[in-house]
Design a binder for this molecule. Structure first.
Ligand SMILES: [Zn+2]
Length: 416
């Protein structure tokens, strides 16, 4: 009955080596073809996908790809879509219906102007930062506006599809998911990161470092948006000006979180690489996505969002730079004494151990405990770094590799 049998109580997860997808995302400008024509093509594609979604939604059982081909290929061809475009259209419609049903959602209504193209209908020339897409009988040459270094990272890597879209501001976006081999190095040290709304705390086994986040700024903007909504009770829904203001505040808030997370992720991952360290993080999904704990306060919602974005950003960067990352079970990281394991008492943010008199700031305790949870399991792998003043771990003679220890339960992250 027990699903836990066979696993140790102390659990950590690693991102396994293997193949992942990293996406090149860049704005584009047309060098050949008109924006109106491109928009028209995307509208037509959206219409076709929606038509198929509507049709599939009526069916109890989803048709196979072969059946879809029988049902829709001819009709799509008659509208001028290219052979592979047709396939992309019904494949995407099917996937959309399938995933919506699995999540018990309502019938999907497509709003975004975007289309997926496979290699037969698009040419990607990263050296010159040009993407040429063929939609029906039209050809569009799009120049990627991202900087050269960013684009160069993806040179000579494999890709399967290109997503072209136009946003509300009329800007063109190109997304290309690339295959990426993740092969993390053997780490010599660890450093842990404890993430709060106000700051992240980093611990390398010796020193604690704090870095201010910009998440409280993002939270402030959310509060402003809420204030506007409250002040105008329900009227804001119908008032274009207020609606625009509220949307802009949410957008700004989101951008702050995403930008800061990316910057921090890059900083921390390069830092880890330069010291041959593995990064240790709490796996907060379990705590936060537990329905019983889900809170709807703005601060909690933003924390969840920020943590998810930061985790995503770190995962993307570790895969890019082959840095090992370890997730630990977040339970009790701020409530137990890092030195003796006794339950801590708190005086505001100051943690005190009634048994061994250990005293530290709350975030320090979190970062140290996160570090120790991974450290206790991995000490034998860390060579001369495998000792720590707060544990009794002694180093066994036999070495082991950090990515293949016996007690590690692997949770797979298939794509990011
Ligand atoms: Zn203690």
């Amino acid at each position: 009955m027990s699903p836990m049998r066979g696993l140790t109580t102390l659990k950590i997860w690693v991102v396994p080596r293997g193949e992942y997808m990293l996406t090149l995302k860049a704005r584009g400008v047309l060098v050949d073809g008109s924006l109106n024509e491109l928009r028209e093509e995307l509208c037509l594609t959206r219409k076709a996908i929606q038509y198929i979604v509507d049709a599939l939604w009526e069916l109890d059982k989803l048709p196979t790809l072969n059946q879809l081909h029988q049902m829709f290929y001819k009709m799509l061809r008659n509208q001028g879509f290219r052979a592979h475009q047709c396939k992309q259209i019904y494949k995407y419609a099917r996937a959309l219906v399938k995933s919506t049903r699995e999540n018990n959602g309502k019938k999907p209504v497509l709003r975004k102007l975007s289309t997926r193209l496979d290699r037969y209908d698009v040419r990607v020339d990263l050296e010159n930062r040009i993407v040429v897409v063929k939609l029906r009988d039209k050809v569009f040459r799009i120049k990627l506006l991202h900087n050269k270094d960013y684009i160069r990272k993806f040179l000579r890597r494999k890709w399967y599809e290109v997503i072209v879209s136009i946003d509300k501001q009329g800007r063109i976006w190109i997304c290309i998911p690339f295959r990426w081999e993740y092969n993390p190095y053997k780490s010599k040290r660890l450093f842990s990161i404890d993430i709060n709304l106000k700051k992240v705390v980093i611990y390398n086994g010796r020193r604690v470092r704090r870095i201010d986040t910009r998440f409280t700024e993002a939270l402030y903007l959310k509060h402003l948006a809420e204030d506007v909504q409250k002040r105008h009770s329900y009227a804001w829904r119908r008032n274009k000006k207020w609606l625009e203001i509220i949307r802009a505040l949410h957008r700004k808030s989101r951008n702050i979180v995403v930008d800061w997370s990316r910057k921090f992720a890059k900083y921390i991952v390069l830092k880890a690489k330069s010291t041959r360290s593995a990064i240790v993080l709490e796996d907060l999904d379990k705590l936060w996505f537990d329905a019983s704990r889900k809170s709807s306060s703005l601060a909690d919602k933003l924390s969840r969002f920020a943590y998810r974005k930061l985790q995503q950003a770190i995962l993307t960067k570790v895969i890019e730079y082959n840095v090992p990352v370890i997730f630990i079970d977040p339970r009790n990281t701020s409530s137990t004494c890092p030195r003796c394991g006794y339950k801590l008492s708190y005086n505001h943010r100051l943690a005190i151990c009634p048994r061994c008199k250990f005293i530290a700031d709350r975030d320090e305790v979190g970062a140290i405990n996160i570090y120790l949870k991974a450290f206790k399991l991995l000490a034998p792998c860390l060579g001369s770094w495998g000792t720590h003043s707060m544990t009794d771990e002694t180093r066994p003679k036999s070495g082991c590799k950090i990515d293949e220890p016996m007690t590690i339960h692997i949770k797979t992250y298939t794509s990011i």
